[in-house]
Structures are given as C-alpha cells and as structure tokens.
Design a protein around this ligand. Structure first.
Ligand code: ADP
Ligand code: MG
Length: 846
C-alpha cells in the first residue's frame, strides 16, 4: 500500500510548507464555525505538507468529512490558482455527477466569499467559467475532453479527482491519463527556461479501497501517500425487513417513512430510491397523505413559497419527463420467492404494520408535518440546494434521493435512512453490447455507505427494505468498476473519441485484458470506425455518441442511410434479448428439458427418440409429434418466403407479434416467449429514444407496428447486417477447394471463417439449414459443442464484401485512395472490381 500518513508524521520527506503565498480569505462567522467542525480541517497542515512534497496524494475520508468543499479551499489559500504564485494555474475538481459539480461550486464560492465567476463550474451543457476563474468544478467528462485538446492541462496548477471510489469509466480513464500528464509536466518543467510547472494531483475517495491506484506501477512510479481523515461516526443500527416482499419498494418506503414519522423521535429521514420517476411518485404520495401540511403548519409567507416551489418542481418534472420518457427501463425482474426470516435487530412489530394499513393513523393531528424534498440529478440547481437548508420550524425533513446522496452530497441532520437496496446503473450486456439502464441490487459496500448517512450527527437508524438473507446472498461485496462491465470495443471507441490514441499501453487503474484491447481496436478498424493508423474516423465519432455496442451503432447509422432504420432497430433489439424462440425439445416432457441438451443432437434427438420409447409413452409421443409438426410449420412460416437470414426471421416474428397486438395467444401459437417479446418492444422504444435524442434530424417513430419490408429493403437489411458483422464472414470450403460437389442441404457442409482453422457449420435451427448451401454467409455468433456452429446466419453476396469491409480487402494493385469523401465513395464502388481477395486468408472473391 501507499505510505499511510498518520498525524504529525509525513515520513522522510518532512519539510515545512512554504506559505509564501498565503491568500487571506474572509469567511462569515457561521461558515467558519461550521468548517471547524469538519474532520478534514484538523488535517489541513498535514494535507498541504504532503501535497507540497508529493506530485500525487490520495485522501480518503468518510462522506461528509469535508473533502470536496475544503480541499479546494486549502489549495486556494496556499496560493494554487493565484496568478502571481510560482504555480499560477487554476484549481480543477472533477465529479462523476453533474449535480455535485454544480452544488459544490456554489458552496465553495459561498464559503470563500467569492463570486460564481471565480469559483465556477462546467458541465456538459452549462458553465459559469470566466477569465476570473480560480477554482473550477466540472464533471470528469469535461476534463477528459479538455485533455483531448491540451494534453498538458496547462491551465491547471492542481487537479483534484473526487469520488474516485466510484470507479466510473471516465474517472478511471482520467486517472490513467493524468498519470501521464504528471510525468510530462514534471519533465518539461526541468528544461532550462521552461515556463511549465509540475502539476499537483489529488485523488479523493470516500472509502479506503485505493490499492488499485497505489499499487499499480504503470500508473504512478512511486506509490502515492494516502491520508486517512479520521471521522467520528456514530453507531447506526441496521434493521432489515423480515422478508423481501414482492418488492414494490416505493410503497414499502412510503410505509416505513410514515411509521418513522409518526412513531419515532425527531431527526431527518433520507430515503434512497433509484430514479426520478420513483422519487416524484413517492413525494406525491407523501403530499397526498399530508395535505394539511401546507395549510396549517406554515405561516402564509412560507406557505406561498412552498406552494411555488412545489409547483416548480412539478413543472420541471413534467418538462423533463417528456424528454426522458421510456429512456430508462423500470421493469423490476426480481425473484419473488419469499426468503427466510432473519432476526437481526428487527424492530418491526405486527401492530406497527397494522397501524400502517390505517390511513387515520397517519393523519394523526399530533404528528408534525413532513417537509419532503426530492433530490436527483436533473432537478434544478435551486431545488437541489434546498436540501442543505434547515427545514421549516416544527417540521421533519424527509429527502427522497437517488444514489447522489450516497457519497456525493451530504445532507445535514439525517437520523433515519430508508434504503430500497437498489441502484439504477448503466449496464452493457457483454454478449450483445446493448446498453440499458437497469435497476439492480447495489453492493454491500454501498448499502453500508447509505447506512452511514444516518450516523453523522448522532446515533441513527437504517431501515433496509430487504431481508438480511437477500443482503448476504445476493449483494456483491463491492460494485465492479464500470470499465469491467462494458464491452471492450465500446471502451476503446470511447477513448478514441477522446483522442486517446494508444489504448494498448494506456495505464488503466485496473486494466482490461491487453489482448482483448488490441482485438477491439482491430475490429473497430474493420468497421471503419478507426483508420489504418488507429485514429477515429467521422463514422467512428458518430458511432461513439450512441450508448450501444459499436456493431449495433454502426448498423443503426447505415440502416438510417439505407432507409431501413426501424427494421434495424427491431433486429438490434431482438438480438439483445435471449433467443425469443422456444426450442422444440422444450415441448417434450420425456426428453431432457434442460438447456444443456447438446445442440448437435438436435436432429438426432428427433429421429432416435421414438426408438427409445417404452410402449406406454408411444401414444403421448404421437400427440407430441403433432405439436412438433406444427412447430416446424410455424418455424417455416417465421422464416418467410425468402429464407435468407435468421435475423430476418427474428424481424418477422417481431413484426407479426406487434401486428397481432402483442398477445400471449400469439406467443403460444408461434412458440415464442412472451417475456422476450415484451423486452424486445421495450428495447425498441429505448433505442428509438436514444436516436431521437442523439440525431435531431432523424425521424423515427415510437409506434411498435411496422409495415413488412419491401424486397429492396430486405436486401438492404442483409447488407446492414453484413456491415455490422463484417469480421464474421464465413466461406463455403468447397469454394476454396474448387470442389464440384453439390449439396442439397447445409447439413455437414464445411465453412471456414476468416480467422481460425476449425471448420464451422450452419446450426440446425437456422432457416438456411435445409436449403442449398450459400457460398458466403455472415454469422452472429459461434457456438462450440462437438462441432463449431454458426448461429444467426445470413446469406451474403460476395460483391458486398469489398464495399462493406474495405479494410479487410487486399488490393490487386496499389490503388490510390482519393481524399475527398464523396469521391471516395464513388470510387470504392469501382474498386470492387479490382479487389480480388478478402480477409486475412485472402479468399478469392468470385
Ligand atoms: P465530503 O466531500 O467529504 O463528502 P463535503 O465537503 O461534501 O464532504 O461536505 C462537508 C459538509 O458541508 C457537509 O456537512 C455538508 O452538509 C456541508 N455542505 C455541503 N454543501 C453545502 C451547502 N450547499 N450548504 C450547506 N452545507 C453544505
Ligand atoms: Mg465529496
């Protein structure tokens, strides 16, 4: 680990701080008193000495210890950010969340009695920066973009990377990039007459898990010192629910808050939910239950103010809702099994529960009003800052917040925490790469952070709306860093879009596999997202704006250009859920209905089954044969009149399902799973939304019904699929061997991919299986059992390959590529005739 600094000991480097540039600050007395209460202020001396003597310092301290608000002030007072000091750049602080960047900059400006131009913020769509700025709060994404233009970060004398424990993708990449900036600035500063000064880097974390930063030799040559801020934390009693109910956690939270409010002594309540919609819903519920709050309990002036702010909140919500609609998946797919009761400090008593069913109880005249405030990132700054103000006299504060209140913002006066245990996170399906917002259990570490919010000012209570069994069995210890939850080519494309060109040697705090990085880079080149030198192309930049795996974003972009976008959206969505088609052996009770049935036996199972059967079962078998026949008939129907692609079969079923109104009956008759079909519909809505938000000029419709594609469109769709999976082309082996053998079905017909030497085969479930084997196909995935099977197969025309996979082509003679874009497109078409081979194996194109 790094050098652990304890009080008064800074190891061998003991030197005194040069306070040559002590900037006097006028703070109002109230603020000064509040500051003195913060644990971090007791450590100012040590922190500043360590920063002065080391290029990188890590500061760990509990949430609320004062890191975000105070460390920038320490630096400011020591002269960082001052134009006349010997290190005259400004002080930068990054945050993973916009809400924190904005509200923290306001707070620091207030504490330092400086203007918003002097202590400013910059987030993607909004900024208060000016030439007068000395301290700048920003999101990590903003600083990454600045890095792309100025790799020395010459504007800054010190950069603070806050909330590093969250391990957001941006923060991780930022720390990696800054470790290089640091070395570069240090070297350049040594040159004679250089104006460049070394930069100071401070990494701040709410937890002590910082070994990924200290022990990584690629990152920092010398392990940076770690300063632990001692925080006094009062005990928090944890109360688990006895069981995890069906999990309408909004209602559960509502009940719990009512109970706390009517039964327990004073003290603020903080409720953790996952998103804006839930928060607004819960706030509404409270307002309905406590309507007299506004009439009775406030004097008229306060009342007017309250009315106004509530209305503001409502209006804001509505305007945002229209933008955000359907963007996030709210579906909670939780196992509904009841878990064993656990008695762990559980104070629930039956009569409490009974009382709660009774509305009169809650309307109890004697209970004080509940002052309810929402807190989520899209709330206006003004409304956000209200959580820091003391609640109106005689009321109890109740903040309903997202994860933002876990470590980014500390709300004063919280004694009770109500935790739903869930978090909404970006999640990539690593196999298919579609990114969605999914609500899932949080980690043990973050649940403990949430509980900790109740123990800042005195002993507190945390009510977990789930059982301790769920906590023990289903919660991960820590949240996995975002970088390990994303498909690698997405990360590479994002980094390239930030102009980080050398990803392979990039010092990630916890690096993804090098080999995978290199392959991802290659893949992006094949897709023309990167040029031959590995730099991002215009297409690549457009692809990077979609929160979807690069293959799919490319398909969407090309689909749009070829007038078949809605179909591509449907295909991409369908590829992103588990196969919606029921496999036929699932219909058969006598065979192993386990998913693990070896798929190469698919055909064999069908023919051998009857022989193996006992007498009594024959009758049942006959009946099932009928069902099976129907199944095959239906499958044929799905494949359409022109069975050229398994992906078109998917499109077909999606289209038919919506056309029939999406009924369960349809699913039953067509052997598809209703759940998968619903998911596909949801994803289509989500992707349509993403496109509407990212591409203002593109007109896509949210109506799930579509007209069947025309013949021209069908061909275009196959080309788009080819473009998206251009590295997954397979050629019939007979074509290479020049064998003249003729096949009537694809059974046992050998194909070879561009890469490996294994023969691959078309899977028996493919619509192509019973047809004449095509020369070229593109596959969606390879599946290895005793043979290697291609799944999701589409027939490709060889003439497309040279157009769609230019970087995989070998040119017969050097051809000079024209530089202008429009010209290039035209010429590439002609090039198709002078390119004889494709792929690393140099297949000849007929
Ligand atoms: P940390 O970064 O260590 O979690 P902070 O610096 O965010 O801690 O918070 C320190 C203290 O400042 C907390 O008690 C918090 O409530 C208070 N605080 C932060 N912002 C404001 C604000 N806008 N108004 C009043 N108090 C605030
Ligand atoms: Mg903080």
């Amino acid at each position: 680990d790094g050098i652990d600094i304890t009080h008064g000991n800074i190891g061998d480097n003991e030197k005194t701080v040069k306070k040559a540039f002590y900037i006097p600050v006028k703070r109002n007395q109230e603020i000064q008193e509040a500051r003195m209460e913060l644990p971090i202020c007791a450590e100012e001396q040590i922190i500043m000495e360590t920063i002065s003597n080391n290029p990188v310092v890590i500061i760990c301290g509990e949430t609320g210890s004062g890191k975000t608000t105070q460390v920038p002030q320490f630096l400011y007072e020591a002269g960082y950010g001052n134009k006349d000091s010997d290190n005259p750049g400004i002080i930068g602080i990054t945050q993973p969340r916009r809400i924190a960047a904005v509200s923290m900059s306001k707070r620091v400006a207030q504490e330092l009695s400086l203007s918003e131009q002097e202590v400013s913020y910059q987030i993607r769509y909004d900024a208060t920066v000016s030439p007068k700025t000395v301290i700048k709060f920003m999101t990590d994404g903003v600083l990454l973009r600045e890095l792309a233009n100025d790799f020395l970060l010459s504007k800054y004398s010190a950069v603070i990377i806050d909330e590093a424990h969250e391990r957001s993708l941006n923060t991780d990449i930022l720390i990696g990039a800054i470790s290089r900036v640091l070395k570069l600035r240090a070297e350049l500063s040594k040159e004679d007459g250089s104006k460049i000064r070394p930069i100071k880097v401070i990494i701040m974390s709410a937890t002590l898990r910082v070994s990924d930063f200290t022990q990584n030799k690629n990152l920092f040559d010398v392990a940076p010192p770690v300063i632990n801020v001692n925080t006094r934390q009062f005990p928090v009693s944890i109360h688990f629910n006895k069981r995890t109910p069906n999990f309408d956690y909004v209602s559960e939270a509502f009940k719990k808050v009512c109970k706390i409010h009517t039964k327990l002594p004073h003290g603020g309540i903080l409720v953790f939910l996952t998103g804006q919609d839930e928060i607004t819903l819960l706030c509404k519920k409270f307002r309905r239950k406590f309507p007299y709050l506004m009439q009775n309990q406030y004097n008229s002036k306060q009342m007017l103010e309250k009315e106004k702010t509530f209305r503001e909140v409502e209006q804001e919500r509505e305007s945002l809702n229209s933008k955000e609609a359907d963007f996030e998946i709210e579906d909670l797919d939780i196992g509904e099994e009841e878990l064993e009761e656990t008695e762990l400090l559980d104070t629930d008593s039956e009569d409490f529960e009974e009382n709660l069913e009774n509305d009169e109880m809650i309307m109890d005249e004697h209970s004080r009003p509940l002052y309810v405030l929402p807190l989520y990132s899209l709330l206006s700054t003004h409304a956000q800052l209200r959580v820091f103000e003391p609640p109106p006299e005689g009321t109890r504060l109740c903040v309903v917040a997202t994860n933002v209140a876990e470590t980014s913002l500390t709300i004063p006066g919280i004694k009770y925490v109500v935790d739903c245990g869930k978090v909404k996170g970006r999640r990539y399906d690593v196999a298919t790469g579609v990114q969605s917002y999914v609500v899932d259990w949080t980690s043990k570490a973050s649940a403990d952070q949430r509980a900790g919010r109740a123990g800042r000012t005195g002993p507190g209570h945390c009510y977990r709306l789930f059982s301790s069994a769920v906590f023990n069995d289903q919660f991960q210890q820590f949240t996995v860093p975002e970088i390990h939850r994303m498909p690698i080519e997405g990360i590479v494309l994002q980094m390239k879009a930030m102009n980080i060109d050398t990803v392979n040697n990039f010092p990630f705090p916890t690096p993804p596999d090098r080999d995978r990085l290199r392959k991802a880079e290659k893949l992006l080149q094949y897709m023309n997202a990167l040029d031959e030198d590995g730099r991002i192309t215009e297409l690549g930049r457009t692809m990077a704006t979609f929160p979807i795996a690069p293959r799919f974003s490319k398909m969407l972009i090309i689909g749009q250009q070829h007038g078949c976008l809605p179909y591509i959206i449907a295909i991409v969505s369908a590829l992103s859920v588990v196969d919606p088609f029921i496999k036929d052996y699932h219909l058969d009770n006598s065979t192993n209905s386990d998913d693990d049935v070896k798929e190469e036996e698919y055909e064999e199972v069908r023919s051998n089954e009857l022989n193996k059967l006992s007498e009594e079962a024959i009758l049942q078998k006959e009946r099932q044969k009928l069902i099976r026949k129907k199944f095959y008939d239906v499958q044929k129907k799905h494949a359409g009149l022109d069975p050229t692609s398994d992906l078109l079969k998917l499109l077909n079923v999606v289209g038919a399902y919506e056309y029939e109104g999406g009924t369960d009956k349809f699913c039953e008759c067509n052997f598809v799973r209703p759940k998968a079909m619903e998911e596909i519909r949801k994803l289509r809505g989500q992707i349509t939304n993403i496109i509407q938000m990212n591409c203002p000029g593109v007109d896509v419709c949210l109506d799930p019904k579509m007209k069947p594609p025309s013949t021209i469109q069908l061909k275009a769709i196959r080309q788009v699929i080819t473009a998206g999976f251009i590295d997954q082309i397979a050629i019939r082996k007979g074509l290479i061997d020049k064998s003249s053998k003729i096949f009537s079905s694809t059974r046992n017909v050998e194909y070879c991919t561009m890469w490996g030497n294994d023969n691959v085969f078309i899977h028996p479930t493919s619509v192509l299986y019973h047809n004449k084997p095509p020369d070229f196909v593109v596959y969606q995935e390879l599946h290895k059992t005793s043979k290697v099977w291609m799944k999701g197969v589409t027939i490709v025309e060889s003439s497309w390959l040279s157009k769609l996979g230019r970087s995989l082509c070998t040119f017969s003679k050097p051809v000079e590529l024209p530089t202008s874009k429009s010209k290039r497109n035209k010429d590439t078409e002609n090039l198709a005739y002078v390119i004889p081979s494709f792929g690393p194996k140099n297949w000849e194109l007929p």
